[in-house]
Design a protein around this ligand. Structure first.
Ligand SMILES: Cc1ncc(C[n+]2csc(CCOP(=O)(O)OP(=O)(O)O)c2C)c(N)n1
Length: 583
């Protein structure tokens, strides 16, 4: 069948069962947008910034497990998605991003809106392509979708020169594709699995440390079964939250820099650490040489490159977590680890996550109330900083794909557009973006996209008037010199301000007016006693709602493992930090 490259792409998107794409058009991709005009299957959502488009595609992908699609123009359109590609790459999210490119005849001429997209995106994509021959378009597109969602998923860019979009091609889309050198291992080596199980059976203090890989491979049920049979306690990374229900007694909370004391003590004390779909990143390990000093390490991961990358592994198994856990369940039995569980129960009792639950409006309370008012029936996206960590600590995630957050890259401005993708994917589910007053402003323009599509997304801004997480580090480690972190003054807080956060000038922006300008409902809550009522009201309204909570300005996320410290050296205050710095 003869058709233009642009029409062929639309046909391919149909065959790949793409129902939604996010992007902004521009000169060289007009032919592709033209081919999408009036398309019945693909909803084309136009965002206000390309960063919004790629994060929305990412939120769609994370909340469904399907591949997100983003379509942008050349030059600035393509460079505007770089942060979003890096965000997806770090967290292994499947995305196919189609970028326009100047015609092949003028590539390299510094043409209008030309950028070396494949060069720029190479380090932040799983793979990228530029189509130089129209005949290759179908096979490249097939490879792009295949690479994005198989193995350890990730973003793939297909750069499309304008003449490829307008060329006539003989359309033939392959059913299958093979890529030499790319053949992800799915089933784990049975001998290695047997070794794992023998090692687990003789461990006295085993601990499961699971991550986002459990969610990617849809292995939550298997993890749950394995834990219920063996009785091994579980800690999860930020990316793993929801992979094992936070309400189960075996759950110790998140580990790492802002993990629970119980989880971090357990990692430090365990004699066998079973890592599944997690990658030993520095926010998890703290001081590498002192990470789990008494433990042997098992690592189950689909990506062979992450084995022994940061921590030398005793028994690795490469493969898909779901398959491997199923094999492990076959060989699993109840372990006799009562002493270990008693030790953990004592930590749980002595060191619960806590905050000062007094009359002050504190952010942790708001997170707990969002959980309570929604009865957990909600998808939560976050921005980055303290808001993200309080959400991870105080919201009880009970199912996979319930938390959508930028873990690896830590991208401020991620949560709002990601909520758009999640809400499109789940029109009947409540979606909340828990935000900081700094991060929300990084993609605030997407409120227009939200209102234009009448998405009933709720935005809870924990407004502390600061770039809070950076302020916390300044308080703890830089003598409370708040350089460039106060959002209410001009970055000179607190020299001119005896009581930071108090008697500040009017807030800029006025978030309530801003919400109204975007046809959303805006509320400002300053009292703890008003929180629950406001949340109930927000949930009832079938419109986008922005609630600005004016919270205690100098609230901190605790406990905290200072960067480079071992996990058992947690601090909770400025004084602890000073003692840590002096030691
Ligand atoms: C795009 C981007 N720029 C800078 C940072 C560094 N950073 C990490 S947390 C943070 C402060 C976030 O402030 P806010 O959104 O108000 O959230 P809070 O920590 O107060 O909850 C900053 C600037 C980042 N993570 N991402």
């Amino acid at each position: 069948m003869k058709m233009t490259g642009a029409k062929a792409i639309v046909e391919i998107l149909h065959r790949e069962k793409v129902s939604i794409a996010f992007g902004i058009p521009g000169g060289v991709v007009i032919p592709l947008y033209d081919a999408l005009y009036g398309d019945k299957q693909i909803k084309m959502v136009v965002t206000k910034h390309e960063q919004g488009a790629i994060h929305a595609a990412d939120g769609y992908a994370r909340s469904t497990g399907k591949t997100g699609v983003c379509i942008v123009t050349s030059g600035p359109g393509a460079t505007n998605i770089v942060t979003g590609l890096a965000t997806a790459y770090m967290d292994s999210v499947p995305i196919v991003a189609l970028t326009g490119q100047v015609p092949t005849s003028i590539i390299g001429n510094d043409a209008f809106q030309e950028a070396d997209t494949t060069g720029i995106t190479r380090p932040v994509t799983k793979h990228n392509f530029i189509v130089k021959d129209p005949k290759e378009l179908p096979i490249i597109m097939k490879k792009a979708f295949y690479i994005a969602h198989t193995g350890r998923p990730g973003p793939v860019v297909v750069d499309l020169p304008k003449d490829i979009l307008t060329a006539e091609i003989d359309f033939d889309y392959p059913e299958k594709v093979t890529i030499p050198g790319y053949n992800p291992t799915i089933r784990g080596n049975p001998r290695q699995i047997k070794r794992i199980m023998e090692t687990i059976k003789v461990a006295r203090r085993p601990l499961i440390y699971a991550g986002g890989g459990i969610i990617t491979s849809s292995a939550s049920e298997e993890l749950h079964k394995f834990v219920k049979i063996t009785g091994i306690p579980v800690t999860l990374t930020l990316m793993g939250l929801g992979a094992f229900p936070a309400t189960e007694p075996e759950f110790l909370g998140m580990l790492g820099m802002h993990g629970t004391k119980t989880a971090n003590y357990a990692v430090h004390r365990c004699d066998l650490l079973i890592a599944i779909g997690s990658r030993f990143d520095d926010r998890i390990t703290g001081k590498l040489s002192m990470f789990a000093p008494d433990a042997r390490f098992i690592h189950i991961d689909i990506d062979p490159a992450s084995i022994s990358k940061n921590v030398v592994i005793d028994i690795p198994v490469v493969g898909d977590a779901k398959h491997i856990l199923r094999e492990m369940i076959q060989q699993a039995e109840k372990l006799d680890i009562q002493d270990w569980l008693t030790e953990i129960a004592r930590w749980k009792k002595e060191h619960p996550l806590a905050y000062q639950n007094d009359g002050t409006l504190r952010p942790q309370y708001i997170v707990e109330q969002i959980d309570k008012v929604t009865d957990g029936n909600v998808i939560v996206t976050t921005e980055v900083g303290q808001n993200q960590m309080w959400t991870a600590q105080f919201f009880k995630f009970t199912r996979p794909r319930q938390l959508i957050t930028s873990g690896g890259l830590g991208t401020m401005g991620y949560g709002l557009p990601a909520a758009i993708g999640a809400q499109f994917a789940h029109p009947n589910t409540l979606v909340f973006d828990i935000a900081g007053d700094g991060s929300i402003q990084m993609n605030i323009q997407e409120m227009a996209t939200i209102s234009q599509h009448n998405l009933p997304i709720k935005i809870a801004i924990l407004n502390n008037g600061y770039l809070g997480m950076v302020r916390q580090w300044q308080e703890f480690f830089f003598g409370r010199r708040y350089s460039a972190t106060c959002l209410r003054r001009d970055g000179r807080c607190p020299e001119e301000c005896e009581n930071p956060g108090e008697n500040c000038p009017p807030y800029i922006p006025d978030f309530v007016k801003l919400a109204e300008a975007y046809s959303a409902v805006g509320m400002r809550i300053e009292k703890k006693s008003d929180v629950e009522g406001a949340l109930h009201e927000a949930v009832k309204v079938k419109k986008p709602v922005l609630i600005e909570f004016i919270v205690n300005p100098e609230e901190n996320v605790t406990p905290m493992v200072p960067a480079g410290a071992p996990l058992n050296k947690m601090i909770s205050s400025k004084e602890d930090a000073q003692n840590f710095l002096l030691a």
